[in-house]
Write a protein that binds this ligand. Structure first.
Ligand SMILES: *Cc1c(COP(=O)(O)O)cnc(C)c1O
Length: 378
């Protein structure tokens, strides 16, 4: 026993201090634990596309199965992205999910004695990518649950090397406009990498999307990250990418595993990228589902944080209706689980009174709202 303790203490203190990522509860686990039928469970906990993988991507995956004996080659996907986005292939870095690219930014620029700046209530991978390098986290208080860019700019120190910005942010759904973000990019020190994480970019109405890829040409310290996990429906395959200056990309590629994105993910992403019908239908389904959920919350007298993504975060009032009352969100989460509906509790994001709900299919949203109503009535 003491041998294993001695061994584990050889791991750097900053690694031992990491709080592991808490994923949304998988359907199989909830079914096992609560004795429910898997098919009866609705999972609205991980911001996946409720329509799943697109038929075109699925066909590409099936066609690629016989090639699995070969190592993957990211060339086709990199080329497709470069054509689609109007950047050179040298400006693209592929990731095993965009999570991987966020880690690469940490690996390439952070180290003990350096720091990263990000917002309170921001995506949980930023603290992980920072702490895993032994760097210090500078967490800037949120403003109305969103990023306070002025305060974030002021928080940058001489040892800061990375700023993480999620736009829109998970788990709050808040967004920054181009008029807010562009001045930040202009003002940020040139020796600080600004990672703008656009995992939900495709869910923004086009007018609200930042010209972030154009900005990469103007701001050599900007790294834009995107993913195929959300609107593209490929969360289980793990594929995302960064767009940045070619010299920055070269650095990220030095710390990247050579074969970090697998064959099936590559062919599926190439197919999904140009499946415009699937993207449009997914976007429209999200708009309708958002309206359905918000109408339901209104009916139940619940407040929510206005969201620009494929989820919405709802406030569950405390028992006495004041700050001294007991938080109810955890109990509501558990009661929803027992009714076969999985959502996301946010206590580990510093939001003990909120639950995050992914927008699902119309019938899934209805199941969730019915369960929530039943739970609220007690
Ligand atoms: C889901 C998400 C990601 C990406 O996840 P991957 O599956 O690793 O691509 C990145 N950033 C935010 C804010 C997210 O919510």
């Amino acid at each position: 026993m003491s041998d294993i303790i001695d061994l584990c203490e050889q791991s750097p203190a900053y690694v031992r201090a990491i709080a592991p990522y808490q994923p949304g509860k998988p359907i199989t686990e909830v079914a096992r634990e609560l004795g429910l039928d898997e098919r009866s469970i609705v999972k609205l906990a991980s911001n996946e596309n409720p329509r799943g993988i697109s038929p075109k991507a699925l066909a590409a995956v099936k066609a690629a199965l016989p090639e699995l004996g070969r190592y993957p080659d990211g060339f086709e996907l990199t080329r497709a992205l470069s054509q689609r986005l109007g950047v050179t292939m040298q400006q693209i870095v592929l990731g095993n999910g965009s999570n991987d690219v966020l880690e690469l930014a940490g690996m390439a620029f952070l180290a003990p004695g350096r720091s990263a700046v990000y917002s309170q209530h921001a995506f949980a991978v930023y603290p992980l990518a920072t702490q895993a390098r032994g760097a210090e986290s500078i967490v800037v208080p949120a403003k109305h649950f969103g990023h306070d860019l002025e305060a974030m700019l002021a928080a940058i120190r001489s040892d800061t090397r990375v700023v993480f910005i999620a736009n829109p942010n998970n788990p709050t759904g808040t967004m920054l406009t181009a008029a807010e973000l562009e001045p930040f990019l202009r003002a940020a020190p040139k020796n600080v990498v600004v990672v703008v994480d656009e995992a939900y970019n495709e869910y923004l109405v086009p007018d609200l999307r930042c010209p972030s890829i154009d900005w990469v040409g103007r701001f050599p310290n900007l790294v834009v990250t995107r993913t195929f996990s959300k609107v593209y429906g490929l969360a289980g395959l793990r594929v995302g990418y960064a767009v940045c200056h070619a010299e920055v990309a070269a650095l990220l590629n030095r710390v990247r595993q050579p074969f970090n994105v697998n064959n099936l993910a590559i062919v599926a992403a190439v197919a999904a990228l140009t499946d415009d019908d699937f993207l449009r239908e997914s976007f429209e389904l999200n708009v309708a589902g958002m309206a359905q959920l918000l109408a339901g919350f209104k009916h139940l007298g619940l407040a929510w944080i206005p969201s620009h993504a494929n989820f919405v975060t709802v406030e569950i009032p405390r028992s006495r209706g004041d700050k001294a009352g007991q938080s109810q969100a955890g109990a509501v989460f558990q009661q929803l689980l027992r009714r076969g509906v999985i959502v996301r509790p946010l206590a580990n994001y510093g939001m003990p009174d909120h639950l995050r709900v992914t927008i699902g299919l119309a019938e899934e949203n209805a199941r969730f709202l019915e369960a929530l109503q039943a739970v609220r009535k007690g």
